[in-house]
Design a protein around this ligand. Structure first.
Ligand SMILES: [Zn+2]
Length: 364
């Protein structure tokens, strides 16, 4: 015999709840969520929500856990409907709700609903900085005020800042380049918030943030400056050598027998031309045909002002730019052709090579 999880009385051998108790509970959830939605729409005062919540607790077996879950669900729905610009009324509304709903902040935030709301608001204030409507200090001040009601971990706070940075980057790079004023905005933002454009957490690889970092470095190279961002690279560099970028999880292939392979697209090398265009993912072409290429292992590919350096677990190789006579770009890598007799072609796979092509165009 099992007891009904709602009323606690015996529910029969194969059942853990009475059908009518279950129905009553579901009805209670519907009533409570309807009331909470109405509160967030501004149609019902909080005192009424408290009354409804207590009513369904007594009459519909709505536990505190149910109350927290319904709150969380309705907060997520509300988060999806509100849009920047945010006002203090938004903050007041959630504050009043959290204070009076009768379950703990942690329980309401069990699935991160309050974190998501806070992150959305922060992104909105940061958008006002990027669109020139507020100075950064003001956006930051308001964000901190919001975080006093909706506290975030440092990681979640940074996540929100990075996400906005990514959105700004997408806009800034629409024309392929960052203008000096856009660059300045980004520099102030990452400097003030303690972010980085080039030493990024793995989750941000391949995002517009990374492209912005690369675009900044390219504009520095073009202007003859040392790049403003410093790559932390565990490689030994030569005199006057600066590391610009590092791609992780790159696979190196080396030509085994020197002959053309079937299925190659194009067959021409990238012409190294002057001037920078910045668009990634522009190369069509299939992943390189590897049947005649020997897999030399996975490693990190560094781009410096003098070399491309592959540091693998099995093999490492350093190719000076002066020895590169051509590059075949692929959508997910590149083939490097080197000058000299009997030199084997190299293929690096697992990244977008736009940045390297631009570095070569500027340095050669
Ligand atoms: Zn029951």
């Amino acid at each position: 015999m099992a007891d009904c999880k709602y009323c606690g009385r015996s529910a029969g051998i194969f059942s853990h709840a009475h059908k009518e108790c279950e129905e009553s509970h579901n009805q209670g959830v519907t009533i409570l969520e309807g009331a909470i939605r109405s509160y967030f729409k501004g149609a019902t005062p909080m005192s009424e929500i408290v009354r409804v919540a207590n009513h369904v607790k007594q009459n519909n077996y709505i536990s505190d856990k149910d109350r927290a879950e319904s709150s969380s669900k309705c907060i997520d729905e509300w988060t999806n409907t509100i849009h920047w610009p945010f006002h203090s009324s938004h903050l007041d509304k959630i504050k009043e709700f959290i204070t009076n709903i009768g379950v703990s902040y942690q329980d309401i935030n069990g699935s991160g609903a309050l974190d998501r709301l806070c992150q959305k608001m922060i992104r909105g204030f940061m958008a006002e900085y990027f669109t020139g409507q507020k100075p950064l200090q003001r956006s930051l001040q308001i964000s901190q005020q919001v975080m006093r009601t909706l506290p975030l971990t440092v990681q979640k706070e940074q996540e929100a800042y990075y996400e906005m940075l990514g959105q700004a980057g997408k806009n800034f790079l629409k024309d392929g380049l960052m203008s000096p004023s856009e660059q300045q905005k980004v520099d102030e933002y990452i400097g003030t918030l303690g972010l980085s454009l080039i030493n990024l957490p793995p989750s941000l690889k391949g995002t517009p943030i990374e492209e912005m970092g690369q675009a900044s470095i390219l504009s520095d190279i073009q202007a003859g400056r040392t790049p403003r961002y410093n790559l932390q690279a565990p490689i030994i560099l030569g005199r006057g050598e600066t590391a610009f970028w590092c791609y992780n999880n790159v696979t190196m292939f080396q030509e085994k027998v020197r002959r053309e392979y079937v299925g190659r697209t194009g067959g021409f090398s990238f012409r190294i031309i002057k001037g920078v265009t910045y668009r990634t993912g522009g190369f069509k072409g299939h992943p390189v045909e590897t049947s005649f290429m020997e897999n030399m292992g996975v490693g990190s590919l560094y781009v410096t002002n003098k070399h491309i350096i592959f540091m693998g677990q099995m093999r490492s190789i350093k190719v000076p730019y002066s020895k590169i006579i051509g590059i075949n770009p692929f959508s997910d890598g590149m083939e490097v052709q080197r000058d000299g007799n009997n030199v084997k072609r190299l293929v690096f796979q697992g990244f977008d090579c736009t940045f390297i092509l631009n570095v070569l165009a500027l340095i050669n």
